[in-house]
Design a protein around this ligand. Structure first.
Ligand SMILES: Cc1cc2nc3c(=O)[nH]c(=O)nc-3n(C[C@H](O)[C@H](O)[C@H](O)COP(=O)(O)OP(=O)(O)OC[C@H]3O[C@@H](n4cnc5c(N)ncnc54)[C@H](O)[C@@H]3O)c2cc1C
Length: 391
């Protein structure tokens, strides 16, 4: 067992950290912290991330991806500011899903621009009445005259306002309503325009989270995914990677909150000495670092299970749930170390506190993650009796 990063991993982490400091943060800081960044900023950043292989980390090199280990991906991902990381993971997992499920011709048409960061992708699964249980989708794909049309509404979709391609989960009603099954289709915004708008949220306000409405939206039949494997398997393996990545987003936020808190504690004096010299402030700092370290290790563990081809659903669920809870508490404690200053927008910890509140929901709420882990521990699914679950 080895707990240190290898020299290569140190280099990967440092390379992303420097890219963020030199090229990404200055772009972000120039914009309103409470408004979605313009699409051109996301594209500029995606192009830079693409140079490091981060827009297609799960794809093999032969397919234009970086072919890196998921643990290495996680180590790099942790360095990326959360609003960008959210966008990146939504884009990158959509690329991985398309690679896994699309036929040769579809891959040729869609993937090169997505991999190079010239276009942005998203996955549209959630709907107003369909959240944790993905089986309930009602968006319909049907035939109208010679063409296929989509009708329905997708909610809480990362990247939707700026996306060029959306991988949409829908009901295939081409042969009528009865027996309709869940399928996926790639909607190309340029050929199949649809209405999309941002949803205002508590945190990650520079990021993109919104809804899309399909109203007789014409889609080419060539974009329908007729996967041999079926979307479900791909979606499941993508969750085992996404969940620890979300955990590492929380780790990154808690680390930034701690960095602010420890610096402040060294400077701020009360009772004649720096507050860092008071015993209970030291306990606070110790609690924060314990939360960050344990969360990071659990996320790394889950990703390394994926790399070794071992069952990772339970580890991934455990990692995200634990990391987000522990790191949310760590950010809260960091705010406390700053006293009233922690509440000011100037200190930037309050923004991290709002941002981290976004993490428990996507790719499995805390309750659903506990049930996924419980299913692995007991061999029994709590979702619907003994029926095999989709999540
Ligand atoms: C930042 C962010 C990014 C997102 N990105 C995307 C995206 O790119 N694409 C996409 O399709 N969706 C996305 N989503 C949507 C997300 O996947 C859903 O919000 C999530 O699956 C939960 O669904 P819901 O919000 O409808 O909650 P519900 O499913 O309605 O759950 C409400 C509450 O009930 C609990 N609950 C539900 N079922 C059970 C159960 N069986 N046992 C115990 N408790 C239960 C939940 O834990 C939760 O507390 C995103 C959401 C957020 C916040």
């Amino acid at each position: 067992m080895e707990f240190e990063l290898t020299p290569d991993q140190e280099l990967m982490s440092e390379t992303v950290r420097r890219l963020v400091e030199r090229s990404i943060k200055p772009l972000i800081d120039r914009h309103d912290p409470n408004r979605t960044l313009p699409k051109e900023i996301f594209l500029l950043i995606f192009e830079k991330l693409a140079e490091l292989g981060l827009t297609a980390a799960r794809l093999p090199e032969a397919a234009g991806g970086s072919g890196i280990k998921m643990l290495d991906y996680g180590i790099m991902f942790e360095q990326i500011p959360a609003a960008i990381a959210l966008s990146l993971v939504a884009h990158e997992v959509s690329v991985a899903r398309m690679f896994a499920d699309c036929n040769h011709e579809q891959r040729r048409r869609f993937l090169p621009d997505l991999i190079s960061g010239r276009t942005i992708a998203c996955t549209g699964s959630t709907e107003p009445d369909t959240g944790s249980d993905p089986r309930g989708v009602t968006t319909r794909l049907s035939r109208k005259g010679d063409s296929l049309v989509l009708n329905g509404r997708k909610m809480w979709i990362t990247n939707v306002s700026a996306c060029d391609l959306m991988l949409v989960t829908c009901l295939d009603c081409r042969k009528g309503e009865t027996g309709s099954r869940v399928v996926k289709i790639v909607v190309e915004r340029a050929h199949s325009p649809f209405e999309a708008k941002e949803i205002d949220t508590i945190g990650l306000r520079q990021g993109m989270l919104g809804e899309a409405v399909f109203d007789d939206c014409r889609v080419s039949e060539e974009n329908l995914i007729e996967s041999e494997r079926g979307g479900t398997e791909v979606l499941k393996s993508s969750w085992a990677i996404n969940r620890p990545l979300f955990g590492l987003m929380a780790v990154g936020m808690a680390q930034r909150a701690y960095d602010i808190a420890v610096e402040y504690a060294g400077m701020r004096k009360q009772f004649g000495k720096p507050i860092a010299a008071h015993q209970l402030v030291q306990k606070n700092l110790s609690d924060i670092v314990t939360a960050i370290t344990s969360s990071r290790l659990l996320c790394y563990y889950a990703l390394s299970q994926v790399d070794q081809g071992k069952p990772a659903d339970g580890a991934a669920a455990m990692a995200k749930r634990y990391a987000q809870n522990a790191c949310q508490e760590a950010v809260w404690q960091s705010m406390n170390v700053l006293g009233a200053m922690g509440l000011s927008t100037e200190a930037r910890v309050e923004a991290l506190y709002r941002d981290i509140r976004m993490i428990p929901i996507p790719d499995g709420t805390n309750e659903i993650l506990a049930l996924i882990h419980g299913r692995e521990l007991t061999g029994m699914a709590a979702f619907r009796g003994t029926e095999k679950s989709l999540i």
